[in-house]
Design a protein around this ligand. Structure first.
Ligand code: HEC
Length: 146
């Protein structure tokens, strides 16, 4: 178990530095941010499944990562940065207001999760579940499957 916990923590550390290394290229930056989101969600799922024991410090790192991403992600979609090779849907630029409203939902649920400071797995699951709804709804509207 200690090994698994170490793995989850190093995953989080890797995702944090990934965000910090975001480059000048908006496509690269936004993809790195979403990867950090995926890494944090992976650590959350590992605790929920019981692969890693619940740990309030990991819970806090997961939610802080998600909250930071929710607040930064929207900065990397300037006009003209549409990208045919990625899964970012052209709808993001056609309906920026709708995309911003998905971001607002993500910010709200991630902010609430940080504030909740869950101290046990049940509270963690409840807070993470709220965020999961915002991942799904934005992906359905603004991410295309390749
Ligand atoms: C506001 C919209 C939005 C929200 C909220 C959002 N995503 Fe994403 N996500 C995207 C878009 C758009 C892409 C495709 C980006 C690209 O390819 O450039 C993406 C890509 C990803 C990827 C990269 C791999 C892939 O399949 O494209 C992962 C992993 C991911 N999201 C996980 C999550 C998780 C987990 C959450 C919730 C905790 C979440 N996302 C919330 C918009 C969102």
């Amino acid at each position: 178990m200690t090994v698994l916990k170490g793995a989850a923590l190093s995953l989080l550390i890797a995702t944090f530095s990934g965000t910090a290394l975001a480059s000048d290229d908006p496509i690269d930056s936004r993809q790195k941010i979403m990867l950090s989101v995926g890494g944090a969600a992976g650590a959350a799922v590992a605790m929920i499944r019981g692969d890693v024991p619940f740990n309030p410090a990991i819970a806090n790192a997961v939610f802080s990562t998600l909250n930071a991403a929710a607040h930064n992600y929207g900065d990397y979609f300037p006009e003209g940065s549409e990208d045919d090779d990625s899964k970012a849907s052209p709808k993001i630029w056609e309906d920026m207001a709708g995309f911003q409203s998905e971001l607002a939902k993500f910010q709200e649920s991630a902010g609430a999760a940080v504030a909740a400071k869950p101290q046990d797995l049940e509270a963690f699951k409840a807070a993470f579940g709220q965020i999961g709804g915002s991942c799904k709804s934005c992906h359905e509207g603004y991410r295309i499957e390749k």
